[in-house]
Write a protein that binds this ligand. Structure first.
Ligand code: NAD
Ligand code: ZN
Length: 358
């Protein structure tokens, strides 16, 4: 399945399917042939689990740089180490970089590609469910000690080659984390799709259905990014669940709650807030919460932090993203909007969430 993403800089394809990597590489032969060198940036877990599959799928020669796994690959130290490696290998503007990993590897690689010699081409080969979101849309970044994703660039890949066979080695927790972003895309865009998801178990989706959901998620994201590449308007909708989610993620210390785990809690928080502004009912919120808990999302994490502790991060998120305390809410499923919310209301809703969880 191919999905086109049209942006101001260029149009590229997201190719999705099971066991498609070798064929997809072959279809992009021209891109590989014209590169003077091909560098694969990956992390140690991904390479350990998928080196054989990657190597067997590729027809071209490449050099590999293996990074620490997870958020630590988005550090300044690792960014510098990668740039040093590229310089030592005498990479030029004609070299091609492949991001082989989850969102962390993709974000780091995109930023490396955007800045090495003022920009060289790169391809995303995502290996997580979450990366159906992060690999599309051109946001690249590394972390600063004062904030996550604070240093970055908008920089689009040449292609995204998404082989769902790579997801077989993904730990269950990462499946849950990634599915939260799939669910977010369904909530933003499609009542029927969300209803279908709510009937099932997100960690036991048949392979074909998972590929279909990832393609639907990519379509939602691509559609929004095409309208608003640099987040001036509708791209904000993709932050559904992320304001409260980011606060929890930051309070926990990045890495302790997986991104999607925090986002899932943030989605329930947004449903509760949305009840005040549209057609979302308390019954629906409870049904959604029941689904999320039954699927194994760690809602008890909320009890580890007081609202006051979360406030520090809520306010920080506000400064970073909006210049005011604003949330993406839903008038109904498929109808997102941005709403200014007073801190006192945030606190009331935080209380509602905690009492629902009690
Ligand atoms: P990740 O890249 O850290 O991967 C999660 C863990 O799974 C890591 O330990 C990794 O080594 C391991 N892993 C990945 N693929 C595997 C596989 N196939 N088999 C076995 N292990 C595997 O995390 P993620 O959840 O994919 O992405 C999170 C990152 O994405 C965050 O840094 C977040 O800021 C970023 N993000 C970016 C965007 C964007 O638009 N750029 C959007 C959402 C999230
Ligand atoms: Zn997210």
């Amino acid at each position: 399945m191919n999905i086109s993403v049209k942006t101001a800089s260029h149009t590229y394809e997201v190719v999705i399917g099971h066991h498609i990597l070798a064929q997809a590489f072959a279809n992009y032969k021209q891109l590989f042939d014209k590169a003077d060198q091909i560098i694969v940036l990956t992390d140690k877990h991904v390479w350990q689990a998928q080196e054989k599959y990657f190597t067997e799928s590729s027809f071209f020669a490449f050099k590999t740089f293996i990074m620490p796994a997870g958020e630590s690959c988005k550090s300044f130290a690792n960014y510098e180490a990668v740039q040093t490696f590229l310089l030592e290998q005498q990479c030029t503007r004609k070299s091609l970089i492949i991001a082989f990993g989850g969102g962390a590897v993709g974000d780091l690689t995109g930023f490396v590609a955007a800045t090495y010699m003022r920009g060289i081409p790169f391809i995303q080969v995502p290996t997580t469910i979450l990366a159906h979101d992060s690999a599309v849309g051109g946001k690249t970044a590394i972390n600063h000690t004062l904030g996550k994703n604070m240093i970055g660039a908008f920089y689009q890949p040449q292609a995204v080659l998404y082989d769902t066979a790579l997801l077989a080695s993904l730990p269950k927790r990462e499946v849950l984390s990634g599915m939260a972003e799939v669910i977010k895309h369904a909530m933003i865009a499609d009542t029927q799709w969300l209803e279908e998801i709510l009937q099932g178990n997100v960690t036991q989706l048949p392979q074909e259905l998972l590929a279909q959901y990832l393609a639907l998620g990519v379509r939602v994201k691509a559609n929004i990014v095409e309208q608003d590449e640099t987040e001036q308007s509708v791209r904000k909708y993709l932050n559904l669940g992320h304001t409260y989610g980011h606060a929890l993620e930051a309070a926990a210390g990045y890495g302790r709650l997986a991104h999607g785990e925090a986002v899932m809690i943030g989605l329930v928080y947004c449903l509760l807030l949305s009840e005040r502004y549209g057609q979302i009912t308390r019954n629906f919120t409870k049904r959604f919460l029941h689904f999320a808990v039954a699927n194994g999302y760690p809602f008890t994490a909320v009890n580890d932090y007081s609202f006051d502790e979360l406030t520090t991060y809520l306010v920080k998120d506000k400064k970073a993203e909006y210049g005011d305390l604003q949330f993406v809410l839903l008038k109904a499923i498929g109808e997102p909007f941005v709403q200014k919310i007073e801190l006192a209301v945030c606190q009331e809703v935080d209380k509602e969430l905690r009492s629902l969880l009690a």
